[in-house]
Design a protein around this ligand. Structure first.
Ligand code: FEO
Length: 393
């Protein structure tokens, strides 16, 4: 058990081996953690639990450090199984413990676990006195589940933010300022891009709502990754930017290729962009990690996507990519499509259509060339890059 601040403790469970999350949808190359907190006031309060594969380890920690019989209240900020799975084991031994959560949280847990535990539904602004400290609840509806909420501990002034402001990151320290700040921030933006992007409009509104509550936040303790101890509002400011049509002004050229014809087109497009002073990155989608790719797309102002034609469509890594882009509901990004083909030549046209349907503003006609591109065709790719640049600055 590690002291977070005053009488708030972190129960210390880090998952060093985790390499994917949400099944195998998201990569987690730096592991993750399930941050559960214990508040030892006149009442002993457990805030969130852990994913059930870690339930035994978690129960051992609780038995050793707290004693299940000593827990007065449980706060469930979010009922997704990575935070609620171990509740089954706790509640099996102590079914009487009151569980404070949103009404949606109770509904979801009833459906997840088929148990009617001692739920106490709370809403934004509701409080719970636990002795010296007071807990203030703030609903975070659809950030990122219908039940999500945060708990502010008035006294030590720590915001237990659950998924918000978190990272899939297991660090030597539980505090961000004792870990590598660049790695933590990269994992924070990857988390945002991978999970929270579709809710950006809600997040923008919610940040303003929370700031208007004037909570004297001294520390932000999420349920994954590092705790923001040094100037914690830094991560809130980042979220305000990330939720507001964010980009870092570069272009990502993403392609898949069979005999490098489409890659040659990508190279020529890059040269065109660079000739106009635009920064760009190239990714072969079949060789790239999808979560990292989505993070780069999130940071890009423009995306140019290419594939050769196969079976009247595009290669499968591009199919997966287009589906991911559609799901993220990116805003304020520009795009173009390209690709080589042998005879029928559908890929570049279909990519154009898919990106347009995903909300990307297409600023150039799709271009496709037969077999290996010739000099004049590479020049057309170069010109695409040059023309595309005018939408980036
Ligand atoms: Fe970390 Fe949405 O669960």
């Amino acid at each position: 058990m590690i002291q977070v601040k005053d009488q708030i403790y972190h129960l210390g469970l880090r998952d060093w081996e985790l390499r994917s999350f949400h099944g195998h949808e998201l990569s987690t190359f730096n592991g993750s953690s399930y941050n559960t907190y214990l508040i030892k006031d006149e009442k002993t309060v457990l805030v969130d639990a852990v994913w059930n594969p870690h339930s035994k380890q978690f129960m051992d920690i609780l038995d050793k450090e707290v004693g299940i019989d000593n827990i007065d209240y449980i706060i469930v900020n979010h009922s997704e199984p990575d935070h609620s799975g171990a509740l089954v084991d706790i509640l099996e031994r102590r079914p009487d413990i009151p569980i404070y959560c949103t009404a949606k949280g109770a509904e979801i847990m009833r459906k997840q676990f088929h148990k009617d535990w001692n739920f106490r539904a709370v809403k934004t602004g509701d409080t719970l006195n636990i002795g010296q400290y007071e807990l203030i609840f703030v609903e975070m509806t659809m950030i990122h589940w219908p039940d999500s909420m945060m708990t502010f501990v008035k006294g030590p002034n720590v915001l237990l933010s659950n998924d918000a402001f978190g990272q899939h990151f297991a660090g030597a320290s539980i505090f961000e300022d004792e870990n590598d700040e660049c790695v933590v921030m990269q994992e924070a933006i990857k988390y945002y891009a991978g999970i929270l992007t579709p809710m950006s409009a809600l997040i923008k509104k919610k940040i303003n709502e929370v700031l208007a509550m004037n909570l004297p936040i001294e520390m932000i303790a999420p349920s994954h990754g590092s705790i923001w101890r040094k100037n914690p509002l830094r991560i809130v400011e980042k979220y305000a930017k990330w939720s507001d049509n964010y980009d870092e002004g570069y272009v990502s050229i993403i392609y898949d290729t069979m005999y490098n014809a489409t890659k040659k087109m990508a190279d020529a497009i890059s040269k065109g962009l660079e000739s106009k002073g635009i920064l760009c990155k190239q990714f072969n989608s079949s060789l790239s990690d999808m979560s990292d790719l989505i993070t780069d797309i999130f940071k890009s102002k423009g995306i140019i996507v290419g594939s050769c034609t196969v079976n009247n469509g595009y290669l499968r890594s591009i199919a997966a990519l287009l589906d991911e882009i559609k799901g993220r509901k990116f805003k304020n990004k520009v795009g173009a499509a390209f690709g080589s083909y042998g005879w029928s030549g559908e890929a570049h046209k279909k990519i154009h259509k898919e990106l347009e349907e995903a909300g990307i503003k297409m600023v150039h006609e799709p271009i496709g060339f037969k077999y290996q591109p010739e000099e004049d065709e590479l020049e057309a790719c170069f010109q695409l890059g040059r023309e595309f640049s005018s939408y980036i600055k």
